[in-house]
Structures are given as structure tokens and as C-alpha cells.
Design a protein around this ligand. Structure first.
Ligand code: SF4
Length: 213
């Protein structure tokens, strides 16, 4: 039996946006000023995929490429995610892919925009949208890709290192698979470490395939 937690994160507790469809939600989110991140980002990057998806993948926030393109997981981390999903036997086109935070947070260094991690307040504010996406889709499983997604879904009682690979039941929500963000794999310098971590990520994702059959 999966472990169950008592206290959920902001995306699975409290109030969320309300709209009858994902398209309507997205339209609402385009005018969002719930935190300051909309001010410097190019555009909102909302979730994408089938609205009856059995799997929802949740990342951290859009990166530089995603911010410019307006779509989630289209940069290098998205490519790794696609490959690993494929190896795990999960078709990405069957998944709804989104982020815990919908606007790109960055520090400007000359011409470069360096990724900056969203803080707890920003994650909580943006859970208004992630929770609403989950309410509309009702997936069979949610994959928390990294610490930001995990905090939004399950709060502070669960950690990526501590609970990696576990599928955690949520009494009023959805089972959540705990794993890393694929961008982590891109930062590992040592070739054999990178290969081992990638294999571990594929093994985590295989739990999704096992669950949805
Ligand atoms: S990051 Fe989220 S909460 Fe903040 S402005 Fe964008 S959509 Fe709204």
C-alpha cells in the first residue's frame, strides 16, 4: 500500500480557480497577477495535453525556451523527459504536462536569463491554477518532477531524496509519484553517474506505466 500523508500541499488543499474547462482556466490565467512573476516573463505557460489524461506530469516552472515558445517542456529538459517516458513505456501524448509555477522566473545577467527558483509564496500563489487543472482532469496518477512540484502537491512532509520513487496516496486527492526534475540529469558532469541517474529516473517513470497498464 502506498504511504498516505495527512497534510497536503497548496495544489491539493484549499481553494483553487474555478472554470468548467481547461481552456477557460487558461484564459483566466492569462490575466493572472497573483504574484509578481508575470511582470518580467514573456508570457504565461499553461499546461498542455489531453483534458482526460490519466497521467499529469508537474514540473517546476517554464525555462527560457518554454517562456519564449509559450509551451511547457519544449527545451532540453523536455527532450530528456520525452526519451525517458518512452523508455519507461509511457506515451507523452497520453499525459497532461504542466508546471507548479506558470511564469518564468529568472535573473538577467547581461543578455542571458538565468533560471531562478520560485519561492514558497510564488508556489502557493500559483497552486491556485495547478489545483484547478487537477480538479478538471482527475488523473489516475500525478508525477511530481522535483522539489517545487512536490512542495506544491504534498507540502513539506515529503522530500525528493527521502521519498524518491514512492507513490504516495492522498486521501482527498491523487496518488503522487515522487521523482526528480529531468533538468537534474543535464547538470550531472560525470558520465557514469549521469547514466545511472537516468536509469533510475526511467525506473521511477515505469511505475506510471505499471499503474495505468
Ligand atoms: S506565476 Fe502563477 S501566480 Fe504568479 S502571476 Fe504567473 S500565473 Fe499568476
Amino acid at each position: 500500500m502506498p504511504k498516505e500523508i495527512v497534510k497536503l500541499g497548496p495544489a491539493l488543499s484549499g481553494e483553487h480557480a474555478d472554470a468548467s474547462t481547461i481552456v477557460a482556466l487558461r484564459r483566466q490565467a492569462e490575466g493572472c497577477e497573483r504574484c509578481d512573476l508575470y511582470k518580467n516573463a514573456t508570457q504565461l505557460v499553461f499546461g498542455e495535453g489531453p483534458t482526460d489524461a490519466r497521467v499529469v506530469l508537474v514540473g517546476e516552472q517554464p525555462g527560457d525556451r518554454e517562456d519564449l515558445a509559450g509551451h511547457p517542456f519544449v527545451g532540453p529538459a523536455g527532450r530528456v523527459l520525452d526519451e525517458c517516458l518512452h523508455e519507461a513505456g509511457v506515451d507523452r501524448s497520453d499525459c497532461y504536462v504542466t508546471n507548479a509555477v506558470k511564469h518564468f522566473k529568472f535573473e538577467q545577467r547581461g543578455k542571458r536569463r538565468l533560471h531562478s527558483r520560485p519561492n514558497a509564496g510564488e508556489i502557493q500563489r500559483c497552486a491556485w491554477w495547478l489545483g484547478a487543472e487537477l480538479d478538471r482532469i482527475h488523473p489516475e496518477i500525478v508525477v511530481a518532477l522535483g522539489a517545487t512540484a512536490l512542495f506544491s502537491l504534498l507540502g513539506r512532509s515529503v522530500g525528493v531524496t527521502r521519498n524518491r520513487g514512492e507513490v504516495i496516496g492522498t486521501p482527498d486527492g491523487y496518488p503522487v509519484l515522487v521523482t526528480i526534475h529531468p533538468s537534474y540529469l543535464l547538470r550531472i558532469r560525470d558520465g557514469s553517474d549521469a547514466a545511472a541517474e537516468r536509469a533510475r529516473f526511467v525506473k521511477d517513470l515505469a511505475k506510471v506505466a505499471a499503474r495505468i497498464g
